[in-house]
Design a protein around this ligand. Sequence first.
Ligand code: SF4
Length: 428
Amino acid sequence: MSRVIARADEGNVPTVTTERGERAVFCGLTSIIWLHRRIQDAFFLVVGSRTCAHLLQSAAGVMIFAEPRFATAILGERDLAGMADCHEELDRVVSELLGRRPDIRRLFLVGSCPSEVIKLDLANAAARLQVVHDNRLRISAFSGSGIETTFTQGEDQCLTSMVPDLPTAKEGAQRLMVVGTLADIVEEQFRRHFTSLGITDVDFFPAARADDLPSVGPGTRVLLAQPYVSDTVSALSKRGAKLITAPFPLGAEGTLGWFQAAAAEWGHSAESVRELLATPLARAQKALAKAKECLQGRSIHFLPDSQLEIPLARFLRDECGMSLLEVATPYLDQTLMADELQQLGAEVSLIEGSDLDSALARVRANRPDLTVCGMGIANPLEAEGLRTKWSIELIFTPIQGFDQVADLAGLFARPLMRERQLEVGSWS
Ligand code: SF4
């Protein structure tokens, strides 16, 4: 697989090597797991195959006692002539579902990658069904297909599908919109910190309730909580919103920088933000100490998977003392990552979409203390005596903000501590 130097940047940012490796990651349907927990009155109806149904059931578990908020409408093989029947069938399934579930306030029709589903125009189907159920709820469609996408892009597509429904903001009013799914507890903490900075006009997108749609317009300042929302940011920019260039709120310093970047839009100096957030910052630094003991001086290699790789690498190097052997990410949006790339610096080996075979060869040659990768790659590496961390765990665990710093570092420290315990155990 040929390697292309995509950009030899001026200044202190890494040179990015772009490869066209195959994706060895979960598909976008996986995002339904965290999205349905976040948007508590939404329903995700996947139009897909039995494989899609199995993926969702095994990843999310089957909810026996609770009313589920996702399901798969399984589409058999059809030729194009049978598509009209498919639409009729879809209308029937949606009507039945909505008849049984008055609690649902937003319905997502989620496309997948079987060719029969690709032939269906789900955006049109959503528009048609919206007319029928207009007084009742909002309906939109997005694709969770695994063709050429990573699992986190499902969230990006989901949020993009909601942007047309956001009300237009009143002119002149400046409001902050935090974009990207966060755990409820992290949202509460962030709201408290924003209040202590005097910033109270804050919306979170997506919100816990589907009807809590933030308004958007030229006064909207977008602050990203997650790095994988490029299409959502484009859609919001088209509605006049302005992106705040900031690090991601991972680690104590990353979180501080995130608040400082937001507060600068409200006229606060970086120093005043540091003073106002001194207590949670000190608490985070203290909490980090134990995990840092374990991580300091250890080496790490990131294989491309979640799109969180760059801010995580910055945190592990700068706050935990790890050395970065290689940082690979499936896609690199240089606008969204501008601040992180500056902090990462020119010395880091950064690869976009790395070719799996050659990347694994480098892992085997360098034998890092820890490799961050997808689940499918982790087991073979473990069998070769290498320690791994599943990157999907970083999506399912609340890791953003000051109060989660120790948990975040702990996720990386745990496999190394386990290894030490095994070594001690095998000698005792
Ligand atoms: S969307 Fe595609 S990759 Fe994902 S489970 Fe369905 S068939 Fe598999």
